[in-house]
Write a protein that binds this ligand. Sequence first.
Ligand code: 5GP
Length: 135
Amino acid sequence: MATIFSKIIAGEIPSYKVAEDDKFYAFLDINPLVKGHTLVVPKKEVDYIFDLEDDELAEMHVFAKSVALAIQKAFPCKKVGEAVIGLEVPHAHIHLIPIQNESDMLFSNPKLSLTSDEFSSIAQSINKIWADSKK
Ligand code: 5GP
């Protein structure tokens, strides 16, 4: 059965898309720790990120880098932190989280509650910067 992230990539479940190429898809986490919290997933359905082939893992990180740079421009922060957990959704994904402090990365923190308009506006601002970086 397709994972929820494969359904998102296929457009069967809506998402706030941030970036996409032929192999990867980036969209806002629906339970964000901070504004701009983004997930990067490979279109190839693999549960455990370290089951990806070496070249796929490398490409995923290069794609994630381009997204992280766009997040940082859209949401000025000290750094964009990267985390891989993957215990909830069995489809490899990287969390990209704009951070000011180490504690911004704590997954036990309360999640933000954003409106649909807020999610759309965040996704659009990151996407515009990301798309411009590809020109
Ligand atoms: P993990 O598997 O890394 O522990 O957590 C999965 C992450 O995916 C969580 O942060 C959760 O909020 C996010 N997530 C789960 N289901 C959906 C969904 O349907 N849409 C979006 N945008 N994010 C989701």
